[in-house]
Design a protein around this ligand. Structure first.
Ligand code: IVH
Length: 251
């Protein structure tokens, strides 16, 4: 990857989130900065490179520095644009996002596999990752995969918006699929409200999410905050409580 794909630190409580916000506020010298909250879907992280309006490379995140080239597979996912309007997009840019399998498609795929006597996928994350990394792209083409893009990587030759929120609107205008449930929040308490709302409603989402990502909106502030040990200081994964279930051991 021309620029490493970082991972995220975790918060498991409001206190963790507040501690993250305080650290960022101390560095920025103010606690008055906007945040963007987004669902965190667990799937296959990818980086898509467009040159002169055409999708030329699609890669997995891998270890963050080096991923696998799965361009042919990603080209079979209908919600990934093969081309973008050349006059509006930078001549060369990278978009990052998460390929995932919606609950409905996952259920159908496993039912089909059960009928054919094939091993079942443990969860939508494994199904998405396995489907995206096939050696035969016609297999990927028949899997119900979708994508949400959540960021811009290196972009050359044209200025891009200077806030994360505006970048998301810009990517949408270029034809990328952005999660319609992202929210611009002005305070950490608004972010907490967003988290609460989604914790309660998570079962009704068409996809499985394991938390939300809270990001500092200003790209200049993101730059000031930087990263430590592969984790940016400008974003954090605020996890949902683990789903609990009971297993009865019959034999
Ligand atoms: S931002 C430096 N936004 O979570 C910021 N990541 O541990 C990096 N993920 O593998 C990513 N939804 O693929 C971001 N809305 C979202 C996300 C998201 C899912 C994944 C991402 C990465 C992992 C980070």
């Amino acid at each position: 990857h021309p620029e490493p794909l970082l991972s995220l630190g975790n918060a498991f409580s409001y206190e963790d989130l507040a501690a993250w916000h305080k650290r960022a506020s101390n560095i920025l010298g103010s606690s008055d900065f906007d945040l963007v909250c987004e669902p965190k879907i667990d799937g296959l992280a990818v980086a898509l490179t467009y040159v002169d309006g055409l999708l030329v490379t699609g890669a997995t995140r891998g270890d963050g520095y080096r991923g696998e080239n799965i361009t042919q597979n990603l080209k079979t996912i209908r919600s990934i644009p093969l081309s973008v309007p050349g006059e509006e997009a930078p001549p060369r840019f990278e978009v990052r996002g998460e390929v995932y399998m919606p609950r409905e498609g996952f259920k159908k795929l496993n039912e089909e596999r059960a009928r054919e006597g094939l091993p079942l996928f443990a969860n939508p994350r494994n199904a998405a990752a396995g489907s995206g990394r096939q050696l035969d792209s016609s297999i990927t083409a028949n899997r119900p995969l979708d994508i949400f893009v959540y960021g811009l990587g290196p972009a050359e030759g044209k200025p891009v918006p200077d806030t994360h929120w505006e970048i998301m609107q810009y990517l949408k205008s270029l034809g990328f699929k952005v999660n319609p449930n992202i929210a611009l929040c002005h305070t950490i308490d608004e972010a907490e409200e967003y988290h609460q709302k989604w914790v309660e409603g998570r079962e009704s989402w068409p996809y499985e999410a394991d938390g939300m990502v809270v990001k500092v909106n200003s790209i200049a502030f993101q730059g000031e905050l930087g990263a430590v040990a592969h984790e940016p200081r400008w974003a954090i994964a605020y996890k949902f409580p683990a789903v609990q279930g009971t297993t009865r051991l019959l034999d």
